[in-house]
Design a protein around this ligand. Structure first.
Ligand code: FAS
Ligand code: PHB
Length: 398
């Protein structure tokens, strides 16, 4: 006999409990709009997954305005700029002087912890470790999310709308009929070998280092934990990178006149992150709205990924508020075009930072162009202001 699903009803069904899904659920709760979040991974996995580290000025404000900024304010590191390092010297980009704004360094996994804690404290619906997730009926007015819970029991969530917040490897895009989506993609011929180390900061702010051996990034998580990256091959074998080799290579890519002081420590996490630019258009179909990595990916050189996810759902929450408030669908109909304007600006900036800073094989002319670009950006107020206004975050879509 066919199993009868356990049926639930909500206004917005959210697939994925990463920054996009959790921030959307938070913003909807603050507007009195009900949602159910479903997530394939465990709570512990989501809270320990090390990813982004930089919060744009607008992201910080949004989290604070919605009551989840207290620990971020206490533990986050407010930074007033970044360093671009090339030809053996570091050059500071002063964000307050150029934009009047700052950024905050606070791990994505910490943001996720704060969002889940708020979700639980509010008694909101959030189901971890689900499986066999399917999205149906998005071309009608009653879309449905089907899934199996940890015990294998079938569930059905009847929604008004579905938000596909399930990241690059999720299933939401596949719920859109073939032939509807246009894909724009660029895969880079390198990756990042990232580490988390128990060691002191290399510098008081982030260093983006251009070097003949390859790019390196010196970021932070706290005064005692650092996040650093080395440009590597896309298929890099982590087994070839014992700790000693990583520290030696990080030091080599810092070399120069005023070489900062790199103090090694225990490496507590290692991983290789692929680099790609990716956008699907449109970001909506029927009653399904894609947000965050489900719709777009940027190379992390611009520190945009998580911030773009937050900007998408800020647009979607406002549009859903207009719909439930007075039946106005204009903002919902314009969701994709509103988000894509900011998405493509972030894609451009992330591509530009990546192209300027990474070693491209056997391209001496290209390397000279990179050094000219870096020299111009660090000596022209107009050029450095352009970098700064993109880095601290362009205004959230109105
Ligand atoms: P996420 O991928 O964070 O979340 C999607 C969620 O959906 C996940 O929890 C997943 O388990 C869940 N899910 C997937 N399929 C599902 C299904 N079928 N049903 C239910 N749930 C499902 N960005 C930066 O700005 N700086 C960085 O340094 C940086 N480093 C990164 C390193 C790595 C290894 C990766 C993969 C990404 C990195 N990013 C970085 C980008 C990253 O931060 C993303 O932009 C950000 O996580 C986007 O958030 P979401 O859109 O919520 O997607
Ligand atoms: C990080 O801290 O993980 C980080 C910071 C800046 C980037 C990318 C990653 O551009």
């Amino acid at each position: 006999m066919e199993e009868k699903p356990q049926v639930a009803r909500t206004q917005v069904g959210i697939v994925g409990a990463g920054p996009a899904g959790l921030v959307l659920a938070l913003l909807l709760r603050r507007r009195g709009i009900e949602s159910i979040v479903i997530e394939t991974r465990s709570r512990a996995y989501c809270e320990q997954r090390i990813r982004a580290g930089v919060l744009e000025h607008g992201t910080v404000g949004l989290l604070e305005e919605n009551g989840v900024g207290e620990r971020m304010r206490r533990e986050g590191l407010v930074h007033h700029g970044i360093y671009l390092r090339f030809a053996g010297r570091s050059h500071h980009i002063d964000f307050p002087a150029l934009t009047g704004k700052t950024i905050t360094v606070y791990g994505q996994h910490e943001v996720v912890k704060d969002l889940i804690a708020a979700h639980v404290a509010d008694g909101a619906a959030l189901h971890f470790e689900v499986g066999d997730v399917r999205i149906e009926g998005i071309d009608g007015e009653r879309p449905v999310i089907r899934y199996r819970d940890g015990s294998g029991a079938e569930h059905e969530v009847a929604c008004d709308f579905v938000a596909g917040c399930d990241g690059f490897h999720g299933i939401s895009r596949d719920a859109i009929p073939a032939g509807v989506l246009r894909i724009y993609e660029r895969v880079y011929p390198f990756a990042w070998l990232g580490i988390l180390s128990e060691s002191p900061p290399v510098c008081e702010e982030l260093i983006y280092a251009h070097h003949a051996r390859g790019f390196a990034l010196f970021s932070q998580r706290s005064p005692a934990v650092q996040r650093m990256y080395l440009q590597c091959a896309p298929d890099e074998d982590l087994g070839e990178w014992p700790d000693e080799r990583i520290w030696r290579e990080l030091q080599r890519r810092l070399e120069g006149d005023d070489a900062p002081n790199l103090v090694p420590g225990a490496i507590v996490q290692k991983g290789v992150t692929a680099m790609r630019s990716f956008v699907v258009e449109p970001m909506q179909h029927g009653r399904l709205f894609l947000a965050g990595d489900a719709a777009h990916i940027v190379p992390p050189t611009g520190a945009k990924g998580m911030n773009l996810a937050v900007a998408d759902v800020a647009v979607l929450a406002r549009a859903l508020e207009a719909f439930y408030g007075n039946g106005d669908t204009a903002a919902l109909d314009a969701y994709s075009s509103t988000c894509l304007q900011r998405v493509w600006r972030a894609e451009r900036f992330s591509w530009w930072m990546t192209s300027m800073l990474h070693r491209m094989d056997a391209d001496p002319f290209g390397e000279r162009l990179q050094l000219a670009e870096l020299d111009y950006v660090t000596s022209s107020r107009a050029a450095s202001q352009s970098l700064a206004e993109n880095y601290v975050g362009l205004p959230l879509p109105v």
